[in-house]
Design a protein around this ligand. Sequence first.
Ligand SMILES: [Zn+2]
Length: 407
Amino acid sequence: MAVTRRTSRDIRSESRLDVLHALLAAGEASRGDLAAETGLSNATVATVVSDLLEGGIVTEARRTGGRIGRPTTTLRLNGNRGRIVGVDVAETYVRATVFDSALDELASAEVATDEHHDEYDYVIDGIVRALDASLENAHADRDDVLGVGISLPGGMQRWTEVSVVVPNAPWLHVDRLRERIGLPMVVDNPLKAIATAELWFGAGRRHKSMITVNLGTGVGAGIVLEGTILRGAQNGAGEWGHSLLALDGRGCRCGRKGCVEAYVGAAGIQQTLAAIAPEHPLASVPMQREFIGALAAALEPPAHPALTETLELTARYLGSAIADLCAIVNPEMITLTGWTAWALGDHLIPAVRRRVLEEAPGDSAADLAIEVSTVRGNSVATGIATIALERFLGDVGLVTTRVPTAI
Ligand SMILES: [Zn+2]
């Protein structure tokens, strides 16, 4: 991709995003607060706020008495501007969540899908049903919807073999999806969604370079490098779960051997336990989420030594793999997200941190913070809705979105 020159329009657009981020974080803030928080000049904040007020994106909230008796107007995002929907398409469900235009969650709906039945028409049907049900639950009309964000698994995940975003024929299915949705729509993948959620609602507000590691059935990394989400040539950056941890190691569902995911994905953790203690009852729990939940509960002292060893090994695998990420990206912060991280993160982090410090090159991890993400709930739905809101703001000329315009 050619290096693009930043124009004054881009800079103004970035200022608008900075102000929106600060406003979202604060809930309510005066122009002076926003200038202090963003480091922008009072004059720039005044111009930006005036544009956002005119576009109906923010609204004046109230006046309070200032110290010298002058009233101060505070501002907040205008939740009544419209509705935004985030749709998380996973292997076993489609979940649509309706947000107001201040990104407060209003309602959601989930449609179960069969992971063995993933022709694109079946998948698109599931998306449309979840979307319609969520709008009904939120008492929202289609006319109120400013945008729909749809997170489709991409990259190495199994859907690419058969389904919506087949590399050779992506436009056919996305066009079909757009036709069925009939609303302004943006498609992205879950790693970009979780990185966006972290940028707007989590540690990304305070860090320029950071990584959100997603731990669940699949494993991946949402990478923010110097304030921008890393996408790569085909939007495939961040498939760190399919980078190599062990040469000729365990088989991975992507077909390769020794991937990070084969060790720190939920199934990989269970495989570690089965290798240590094949007879342990948790080694044969059939559902991955149940296994992770039961493991977390059983780790309360006194834990079975096989479980403690499983956790220690998992922390070593994860720490080594994160040290590789540090070697390449040199982030200020790493957050762990996803249901495995929420269940096991507090148990894992101290040992992961030690391992990263030992193995990351030089001092690159000396000041690195590693924490469980503060973004909870469905961070994929929140993130993809945020991308849809950014797209809407771009369409009405309020910001230049960071989303690729081709999709
Ligand atoms: Zn793999």
